[in-house]
Write a protein that binds this ligand. Structure first.
Ligand SMILES: NC(=O)c1ccc[n+]([C@@H]2O[C@H](COP(=O)([O-])OP(=O)(O)OC[C@H]3O[C@@H](n4cnc5c(N)ncnc54)[C@H](O)[C@@H]3O)[C@@H](O)[C@H]2O)c1
Ligand SMILES: [Fe+2]
Length: 386
């Protein structure tokens, strides 16, 4: 295994309740910017956050335009049509405020303004040569970690596929982590995105590419999420729990940028593409079963996680610690009302071979998995959920 590890992240991260109303104090690196584009989704129209940003931009002598119609799970077509509305304007700063969908589109707009490459060409691997327009990203969900990853994920509906475009130019200049923005998240999204964030850190920690830097972020992320996921779900206005979830998901993004996710994500992708199962729900369902399949390769790491998240009162065997951790994951999914059954989403026995084939073709992630899983191994995992 290589001993050289890489870590990259966003330039500046500001954390805390009220970070958004203090944006003005963070605008100094963008001095001279004249025209700003704020990118967001419909839910932000109502709650006054756009006005709060706009007022602070005006105080800094910046004018702004707003787009509030970014769709969830954005398609190439949606992104390119929306971009046509803005590409003649001389924007010199982008602010993306919203969930992963909005942040990913903001990243694309930023580079589209400075490169002669279409989104379609990017999905086919064409290089993005030039740095984009400077960017501020402000997450309002706690799951993807997109604010600190060099990835932008676009949906190809005809091919029932999602593609990740990767470029260092997608890392923003400034990230605001303000837990106040996440208190309005509905329960189902809190549950699914929270478990997605936990899975990012869990898989980064057991990945073949795990390393001392990613381990630090992954463990702290799992510690924060495990102490707060149930509180955030049951009492959405618990600001401390919301901050733990937000920071936990950002740390998860930092960990996975360095170490990568593995088989859970590989098996979740075809479930999202073909059956529209929410990404975080698919991960939560798969996590205990993929972990059991990997177990003989990861027991020591499982024990470290169990100890760090406070499941062990005294020294126990790695096998026993692993069982405790798997039980805890299953209990979370029950408490968070995440289904444990693919049948309820319309998946049938005869779909399993094609799902397993598709998952096994996600080699970028399967190669990170600590144990080699054959197509038959993968079929067995899906069948446990039928
Ligand atoms: N770039 C990355 O590194 C990365 C990683 C994983 C996933 N993704 C992508 O991110 C997208 C999913 O992002 P997501 O899970 O954050 O969800 P999302 O951005 O799709 O948002 C889901 C829904 O929640 C609403 N919403 C967002 N914040 C809210 C709030 N505070 N209160 C109430 N409603 C709110 C949105 O308007 C939307 O309707 C997918 O396209 C996925 O492929 C990106
Ligand atoms: Fe994920």
């Amino acid at each position: 295994m290589s001993t050289i590890h890489t870590f990259q992240t966003s330039k500046r991260v500001v954390l805390g309740k009220g970070a958004l109303e203090n944006l003005r104090n963070q605008l100094f690196p963008f001095e001279g910017a004249k025209r700003v584009l704020i990118v967001s989704s419909p839910f932000l129209k109502k709650n006054g956050y756009i006005d709060l940003i706009g007022k602070q931009l005006n105080d800094a002598n910046m004018e702004y335009d707003v787009i509030t119609d970014i769709e969830p799970e954005p398609t190439i077509e949606h992104i390119e049509t929306t971009f046509k509305r803005i590409n003649r304007h001389p924007f010199d700063l982008m602010i993306g405020i919203g969930g992963g969908s909005v942040l990913d589109v903001t990243k694309l707009f930023s580079v589209l303004l400075k490169n002669d490459v279409s989104v379609k060409e990017m999905t086919k691997g064409k290089t993005i040569s030039n740095k984009g327009v400077p960017m501020i990203l402000i997450p309002t969900t706690s799951g993807t970690g997109s604010e600190v990853t060099p990835n932008s994920i676009v949906t190809l509906p005809d091919e029932e596929l999602k593609i990740g475009i990767v470029s260092p130019h997608f890392l923003p200049d400034l990230v605001l982590l303000d837990p106040t923005l996440t208190v309005t998240l509905p329960k189902t999204i809190t549950a699914a995105t929270g478990m997605d964030a936990f899975t990012h850190s869990f898989e980064s920690f057991i990945s073949n590419k795990a390393n001392p830097i990613s381990d630090m972020y992954a463990l702290e992320s799992m510690r924060l999420i495990s102490r707060s996921i149930v509180n955030a779900y049951e009492n959405g206005s618990d600001i401390n729990a919301r901050q733990d979830m937000l920071l936990g998901s950002t740390y998860g993004g930092m960990a996975l940028t360095s170490a990568g996710t593995a088989a859970v994500h590989a098996l979740a992708y075809p479930l999202g593409g073909k059956f529209n199962i929410a990404h975080g729900e698919a991960n939560s369902m798969l996590l205990p079963h993929v972990t059991l399949a990997n177990l003989d390769h990861i027991e020591d790491r499982m024990k470290t996680i169990a100890r760090e998240i406070g499941l062990l009162e005294k020294d126990e065997s790695a096998r026993y610690a692993s069982e405790l951790l798997i039980d805890q994951i299953v209990r979370w999914t029950q408490t968070l009302n995440i289904p444990q059954d693919l049948k309820s989403y319309g998946v049938k026995e005869e779909d399993v071979p094609a799902l397993a084939e598709a998952a096994s073709n996600v080699t970028r992630l399967m190669n990170n998995n600590p144990k080699k899983l054959s197509v038959l191994d993968i079929e067995k995992i899906y069948r446990k959920l039928l």
